[in-house]
Design a protein around this ligand. Structure first.
Ligand code: SAM
Length: 321
């Protein structure tokens, strides 16, 4: 068993992921979202000396965690600090073939709890929210320069925020006086924009939760990366290779679900065709008929796992077949 280095991020649906994808000795696995290495560590334990584990994360802080895992892992290991879509492209160019690709989407508890990175509405910090601190666009630039309509749209689309227009209007009003610098100022504007009665109806949820999620998704272009990565990950898999993704909101889960369902579908002829004319064969076998959710026990122990949903599929046909 490897050293436990995941005290600050508990991997979500970890047992289910291992059960569903069944990594074996000698496999080549790509963990696209290394984070604190919780899932990677469990996978590495199963790969043995003949296995290879490639870990990707665009956050340089993840690399320190990786160094620790690399010293302990029984298998070959490698780290790529880049967007996972770029990483998958690079691995394909190098001719790597994978037995498993894992995506555990969103941000880690390490990132949320790093007070100075601006991911959390709970701490007053510079408005940043970049997973990769070398990236140009940060939350401060977005909030201060995107036009009001674009901000309203992103809050609505990525946060499903019912008060998107009110919040965008309040942001535009305040920044015309003084630009936003901190998460505290943004929280203040959001709270001021949402009428008290509506705020009360949020129950225990923080009024800035949806907006922070939306801004984070936009700053890090999270859905673009996912859209690019899914086909690249699929291409990288050998026959019988498994693609697994853990999503944390419906925008991600919908993409993963559609992508896997498309590959698992055979004939796509209109239903009134007497015989199949398309000749299309399924490329995937769904390993999860429905999304796998955490058990009540896991949610009680790790409330952040609540919205986690695991989907996975096995590749049936290789490109050459
Ligand atoms: C939920 S955490 C992963 C936690 C990890 N599975 C564990 O058990 O510790 C997601 C990680 O993926 C990284 N990430 C998110 N989107 C990324 C992208 N497009 N490219 C590379 N890394 C990304 C984040 O920086 C974060 O560290």
């Amino acid at each position: 068993m490897l050293l436990d280095m995941t005290r600050t991020h508990v991997p979500v649906l970890a047992g289910e992921l291992i059960d569903v994808t069944a990594p074996e000795a000698g496999d080549t696995v790509v963990d696209c979202t290394f984070g604190a290495g919780g899932h990677a560590r469990l996978v590495a334990d199963r790969l043995g000396p003949a296995g290879t584990l490639v870990c990707i994360d665009r956050d340089p802080a993840a690399e320190e965690r990786f160094e620790q895992l690399a010293r302990e892992a029984p298998c070959d290991t490698r780290f790529l600090q880049m967007d996972y879509a770029d990483g998958l492209e690079l691995l394909a160019e190098e001719g790597l073939e994978a037995d498993m690709v894992l995506l555990d989407l969103g941000i880690s508890s390490l990132q949320v709890d790093a007070r100075d990175r601006g991911f959390s509405y709970s701490y007053d910090a510079p408005l940043d929210m970049r997973m990769d601190p070398s990236q140009e666009l940060d939350a401060r630039a977005l909030v201060n320069t995107w036009d009001e309509r674009r901000i309203a749209q992103l809050l609505h689309r990525y946060g499903e925020e019912p008060n998107a227009r009110r919040i965008a209007r309040e942001i535009a009003k305040r920044r015309s006086g003084r630009p936003f610098d901190t998460t505290g100022e943004l929280v203040d504007a959001i709270e001021a924009a949402i009428p008290a009665a509506v705020r009360r109806s949020f129950g225990g949820g923080h009024p800035a939760k949806r907006s922070f999620q939306a801004i984070r998704i936009a700053v890090n272009a999270e859905l673009d990366s996912l859209d690019r990565a899914l086909p690249l990950a699929w291409e990288l898999l050998r026959e019988n290779g498994r693609l697994a993704a853990i999503s944390f909101h419906s925008l991600e889960d919908r993409r993963v679900k559609r992508f896997l369902a498309d590959r698992a579908r055979g004939c796509i002829c209109p239903p009134d065709f007497p015989v199949c004319a398309c000749g299309r064969e399924p490329e995937a076998d769904l390993l999860t008929r429905r999304a796998v959710a955490p058990t009540p026990g896991e949610v009680a122990e790790n409330p952040r796992s609540r919205s986690g949903r695991l989907r996975a599929a096995r590749k049936l046909v290789s490109e050459e077949a």
